[in-house]
Design a protein around this ligand. Structure first.
Ligand code: LLP
Length: 421
């Protein structure tokens, strides 16, 4: 459930009519709903209750500081994957002891930065990384709390570009080698083992792969404890999928996911961390765009929008589906026809949908891409010198621009021309 609903025939974000925002901000723009963000975050907290837990929002899915602050105010931690995300989380007011640092290629500079600024734990993905972290922490006279990300070799049954838990993926340490790597960790200065980390992929629509992975983590917890490691935290990653196509998909609910966690790991007396991104932010955001032209082609009609692949990459990158709805509600009996929905960028890949059934639309009409709050704005670029798409946050009847559209001067003046030219 989200808070983008038609009221009196006009799509609203909570209590704000989208044409009102479009008039103030221009199109295209991302629009997020506070109530939806909060609701989704709380679903996870409730699902894990009464286990001691920290829900760390995977801020790679949406890193606007207003979104981070909204969630942090409810007690969220953050899962960061770069020094930039770390600084952004801090800037949004998240304390270091609520930040976990994931990622396969942390640099020494990033390690130093997080150790100095305070960190809850590093999720370490390789032996070389472990050695580097030991050296840096020891050099600073600090101790780095760590979990080792194990790769459980399970098939997440998701898009190949976002599956991470198979042995052929670049992520984590093969679970069969975990004992060896934990022994190494225990022997190193500047390292304190606090737990185990696992993340098997994103947009999972079935609980079975989680079940397989978490059962392996449960077993590993007992094995490592027997070897003297103080495993007190389990970071279970993110990945629970969302219904991109409302008409035909119903992925498992956070409550069912929480129950699975309790069933597989609840007896271990560990603090549970999870790192959901998409389920919190995905359906809390839409991308609003204006129709520029309706072009009748050879055997197919094109709806040409002012949003393009640089604003929302997911369809061209992953062939992802986003529901597209007109902002003015069509009559129940309105006829639809198939359109190829495209942007103005000079590539055939700049196609959001092929032969999508839509009602009659005219230039100047607004449409909204649903489920665009995760991996939307964060993956946008200025390809074709198209300004980075702005972001707006709604709360009840208020809205605020939380990242303005850059001016052309700002974009163009970022280049510098060398003196020899
Ligand atoms: N934790 C780790 C270590 C991750 O790598 C990810 C996502 C998450 C948590 C959050 O997963 P989520 O709950 O959002 O599924 N750009 C792609 C998604 C990439 C996901 C990468 N890792 C997309 O648009 O579908």
């Amino acid at each position: 459930m989200d808070h983008f609903l038609y009221r009196d025939g006009i799509l609203h974000a909570e209590d704000v009519a989208l044409p009102e925002i479009a008039a103030a901000v221009g199109t295209p723009f991302y629009c997020y709903s506070t109530a939806t963000l909060e609701r989704h975050f709380r679903l996870f907290q409730e699902a894990l209750n009464p286990l001691p837990n920290l829900v760390c929002f995977a801020m790679k899915s949406n890193s606007n500081q207003a979104v981070l602050r909204t969630l942090a105010n409810l007690g969220a931690g953050m899962d960061v994957v770069s020094g930039g995300e770390y600084l952004r989380a801090k800037a949004a007011g998240v304390p270091g002891d609520r930040i976990v640092f994931s990622g396969v290629g942390k640099t020494r500079a990033e390690m130093r930065q997080a150790l100095a600024g305070g960190i809850r734990q590093f999720n370490v993905e390789s032996e070389p990384e472990l050695m580097a972290l030991s050296e840096i922490a020891d050099g600073l006279g600090l101790t780095a709390p760590i979990a080792i990300r194990v790769n459980p070799d399970v098939d997440a049954k998701t898009h190949e570009k976002i599956a991470t838990g198979k042995s052929e993926n670049k992520f984590g340490i093969p679970i069969a080698r975990a004992r060896e790597v934990y022994a190494l960790a225990a022997s190193l200065p500047g390292i304190e083992v606090v737990g185990i980390d696992v993340h098997i992929g994103s947009q999972l629509t079935d609980l079975e792969p989680f079940h397989q992975a978490y059962a392996k983590v449960a077993e590993l917890t007992s094995v490592l404890r027997a070897e003297g490691h103080d495993i007190r935290r389990l970071d279970l990653g993110g990945g629970l999928g969302i219904p991109y196509e409302r008409s035909n998909s119903a992925p498992p609910l956070p409550l069912e996911y929480g129950q699975l966690i309790k069933d597989t790991l609840g007896h271990l007396d560990c603090e549970i961390e999870i790192e959901p991104g998409r389920l919190i932010s995905g359906n809390a955001g839409i991308l609003v765009s204006e129709v520029i032209y309706v072009k009748e082609g050879e055997g197919r009609d094109f709806l040409i929008l002012d949003a393009a692949m640089n604003d929302l990459m997911r369809p061209s990158l992953y062939g992802a589906h986003h529901d597209i709805v007109p902002v003015v509600e069509p009559a129940a009996a309105a006829e639809t026809r198939g359109f190829d929905v495209v942007g103005p960028v000079c590539e055939t890949g700049d196609t959001f949908a092929k032969q999508r059934a839509l009602p009659h639309l005219s230039p100047g009409d607004l449409v909204a891409f649903r489920s665009a709050g995760a991996y939307g704005a964060v993956m946008a670029s200025e390809y074709n010198t198209r300004p980075l798409v702005p972001e707006v946050l709604v709360k009840g009847d208020q809205f605020a621009v939380i990242r303005p559209r850059p001016t052309f001067d700002e974009i163009i003046n970022r280049d510098t021309i060398p003196s020899w030219l």
